[in-house]
Design a protein around this ligand. Structure first.
Ligand SMILES: *Cc1c(COP(=O)(O)O)cnc(C)c1O
Length: 403
């Protein structure tokens, strides 16, 4: 007995093609990465703008290390709070158009910390069924009553709100861009409903920050919803090319979270060099939107190429999923692509619902048109993309005969 159950559970994962294993990247995170000495064309990074190894970001981090060293040695509230944390928070608030912002070591911690601070036993939190795991964990840990509505179903959201007036506080939370489907939430409608029922609205802008909106500021800018969303969560680890998470909102909200968010209070402050890298990433986006333009060109191009073979390609973002169905099939296609030097992960349960295993392509601004052509050609080579094939990807459902 004792730990025997682990062996059984691992065997079961293997048997169902659900065992997770990682590969070891031996190079910087660009469109080409090296694994076991071989170069692979990667379509699986959230480094959407290619900033993770941008010279300006590297220089900023190096300069910060030279000035401030690496570690911070304490929580922000003890003695870990440094100039660069505050500069970055100011920059994030400016970028997001809010009064203030609060940094967390990761986006995961921002979601969990904020949700647990804002709602508790007497409250209800209502979220989209496909919200990110960090939101779900925050909702569960908060102790609040937790209800989900079917993906992007605003009428169900409204009906949950109509039936929830007994709670002390009501908070609605949604991803702005859904991480495994690449589609977007109908935020204008959700904001309208939130206002109508006078409830707190929180959005997770992790995949939209640096990607959506004319200046890459995210979904608020994209939809012109300034002032309509109470709590904007974001990540610096994706398009910004760095590490860290944040909450942006009113000064009052930020003061509250500084005092109440446990994942902010009881953890060590981010290294100043990480803040310097984030600052450089945000500055770069502010000064030059060409990376964002290039990313959207790539998205358009890939979708136009794929649509020759696949009807209604999901994804309105750099995340372009192709729903396969079974975990075995998704894994087998992913493996065959890997053998041809292309890296696209098979996303399987529990990350996505059973029967909706998928290839999740993510694009970067640093991909060239040739890279995308090579992806399409390789998919044809392995017999995955063929004319007349009946792939009808639709988020949330499985249906394909590809094997
Ligand atoms: C990645 C992600 C997070 C977590 O952000 P990290 O900075 O990686 O911890 C939160 N929400 C969504 C929707 C994400 O995709």
């Amino acid at each position: 007995m004792g730990l025997d159950f682990i062996f059984d559970e691992l065997s079961s994962l293997k048997e169902h093609a659900l065992m997770r294993e990682y590969r070891t990247v031996e190079s910087a995170q660009g469109p080409y990465i090296q694994i076991k000495g071989k170069s692979y064309l990667s379509f699986c990074s959230n480094n959407y703008l290619g900033l993770a190894d941008h010279p300006k970001i590297k220089q900023a981090a190096i300069a910060a290390i030279n000035q401030y060293g690496w570690g911070t040695g304490a929580s922000r509230l003890v003695a870990g709070n440094m100039t660069l944390h505050e500069e970055l928070e100011k920059k994030i608030a400016e970028f997001k158009g809010t009064e203030a912002a609060l940094l967390f070591p990761t986006g995961y911690m921002a979601n969990v910390g904020a949700l647990c601070a804002l709602v508790g036993r007497e409250d209800i939190v209502i979220g989209d069924k496909l919200n990110h795991a960090s939101i779900i964990d925050g909702c569960r840990q908060s102790g609040a009553t937790f209800r989900v509505y079917p993906h992007n179903d605003v009428s169900q959201l409204e009906s949950l709100l109509q039936r929830s007036s007994i709670y002390r506080r009501r908070l609605v939370v949604t991803d702005s861009v859904f991480s495994m489907d690449g589609d977007t939430a109908p935020l204008p409608k959700i904001a309208e409903i939130a206002q109508k029922y006078d409830v707190i609205l929180m959005i997770d802008d992790a995949h939209a920050t640096g990607v959506f909106g004319q200046h890459g500021k995210g979904m608020i800018e994209h939809y012109g919803l300034e002032g309509k969303v109470d709590i904007i969560m974001g990540s610096l680890s994706k398009a910004i090319g760095s590490i860290g998470g944040f909450i942006a909102g009113s000064k009052c909200l930020i003061d509250f979270l500084k005092n109440k968010a446990r994942s902010f209070i009881y953890t060590t402050a981010l290294p100043p060099a990480a803040c310097a890298a984030s600052l450089a990433g945000l500055t770069l986006i502010q000064e030059d939107t060409s990376h964002i333009d290039k990313l959207w060109e790539n998205i358009k191009y890939l979708k136009s190429q794929l649509s020759k073979f696949i009807s209604n390609i999901a994804g309105e973002s750099p995340i372009v999923p192709i729903i396969i169905g079974s975990a075995e099939d998704a894994l087998s296609i992913s493996k065959r692509l890997y053998e041809k030097g292309i890296l696209i992960p098979a996303i399987r349960p529990p990350t996505v619902p059973l029967g909706t295993s998928r290839l999740r392509i993510s694009l970067m601004a640093t991909h060239s048109k040739e890279d995308i052509n090579r992806l399409i050609d390789t998919m044809k080579d392995i017999g995955f993309l063929t004319h007349g094939n009946t792939i009808h990807p639709k988020a949330g459902y499985a249906q394909t005969d590809v094997g």
